[in-house]
Design a protein around this ligand. Structure first.
Ligand code: MN
Length: 385
């Protein structure tokens, strides 16, 4: 079977960077797919004797989607070097150019839909590129990073490392709600088989708190996902990253219990907002379009998913902050949410994602125009079906 396009090329480039002691910068999304992608590559590169100059998990609410001028301002001190973008990047046309001007070579590892063109990065891995002949198109970013890790470790296989990275790939793939078939099915089955015996202190603790006699492995994994999917950020890293990479310390159980408490509170808040929106929805609306002032961008996705489960129609939920609107979209099978956003891209600052689930950002002044544009899009779609 053929390999994912540019996987080999990326592996050779990373090996060259390790051998030449170049700066390597790992940059990822803050959700669990992004964080597990970052850790998989970090631990693989370290295992091969490489050094990571900087890790940067971006803050969607503050910096927008993927690489930003703000992040580059911070990272430029590491140029020249190899900048690796994970679970993001495929829509960062301008920012990739800026990174190169600063002296970076850019490697994109993404799995989101291609938005018409491809950024001018040195190497782009995204199985959704038309020119990628790899048959399976629905790996999460962490699944691609796991395959890249295997390519990198080819002659230096270490079973315990591979198992430990598989555990992360399984968690990241499940958290991104990728289809549970083909490559994903294998990754998840293998990863879940190892998880109860994990050596990673930050995962071990969950199996201590949620007893395996009481819960199935996949139930515990779902708990891990809901607790670690969105955690607080400090110095461009989040608590999930810190927990999943920490050595054992006596405080670890206490820290996880705090995270559990916080995620329960967040869940309550999400439920409240969902109920509030449910009351506003009229049964004949073609799509749901609602904004909330106090909601964090981290939760627009889970609010949209809950509403989608109930109404089964296109959902657009957004947060408003400093005149900038960021939100999440969900859509039923017959509708491509990214296509809808792309139809209205003239009102948007950025957008991207997958057909059933995507994200968008715009200036507040364009909100009215955006809604009208979506109305028109869904009306035309209705007529053509
Ligand atoms: Mn992802």
């Amino acid at each position: 079977m053929s390999k994912i396009k540019n996987l080999k090329k990326a592996s050779s480039r990373i090996k060259k960077a390790i051998n030449n002691k170049e700066n390597i910068i790992l940059f990822s999304d803050a959700d669990l797919d992004g964080v597990t992608s970052l850790i998989i590559l970090e631990e693989t590169i370290k295992n091969l004797g490489g050094n990571i100059s900087s890790r940067y998990i971006f803050n969607r609410g503050k910096e927008g989607n993927g690489l930003s001028e703000n992040a580059l301002k911070f990272l430029k001190k590491y140029a020249p070097g190899l900048l690796i973008l994970m679970d993001c990047g495929i829509g960062n046309f301008k920012e990739v150019d800026s990174a190169q001007k600063l002296g970076f070579e850019v490697l994109i590892i993404d799995h989101h839909l291609i938005l018409g063109k491809i950024p001018r990065a040195e190497i782009v891995i995204d199985p959704k590129q038309k020119t990628d002949k790899y048959a399976f198109k629905f790996l999460a970013a962490c699944g691609i990073c796991f395959k890249l890790s295997q390519e990198l470790l080819k002659n230096k296989k270490c079973l315990s490392l591979e198992q430990s990275l598989l555990e992360l790939a399984a968690i990241g793939t499940l958290s991104d709600k990728m289809p549970l078939e083909e490559d994903n099915k294998t990754l998840i089955e293998d990863g879940l088989a190892h998880l109860p015996f994990t050596l990673r202190p930050g995962l071990k603790v969950f199996f201590k708190i949620f007893n395996l006699g009481k819960y199935f492995v996949n139930e515990i994994v779902q708990k891990i996902i809901s607790i670690l999917q969105h955690t607080e950020m400090k110095n461009h890293l989040n608590e999930s990253y810190k927990l999943l990479t920490s050595a054992h310390d006596k405080e670890i159980e206490k820290k996880v219990k705090k995270l559990i408490e916080r995620s329960l509170k967040q869940l309550e808040l999400v439920k409240e907002i969902v109920q509030k929106i449910e009351k506003k929805v009229s049964s004949d609306s073609v799509f749901i379009f609602e904004g909330e002032k106090d909601v964090s961008i981290d939760f627009t996705g889970s609010i949209a998913s809950r509403l989608f489960a109930k109404f089964q129609k296109p959902i657009f939920i957004f947060a408003v902050k400093n005149n900038i609107i960021r939100g999440s979209a969900r859509a039923p099978k017959e509708i491509n949410s990214v296509e809808a956003l792309s139809h209205c891209s003239f009102c948007l600052k950025d957008y991207g994602g997958h057909a059933p689930a995507s994200g968008f950002c715009l200036k507040k002044q364009n909100l009215g125009k955006f809604k009208i544009c979506l109305e028109e899009y869904f009306l035309n779609l209705d007529e053509s079906i």
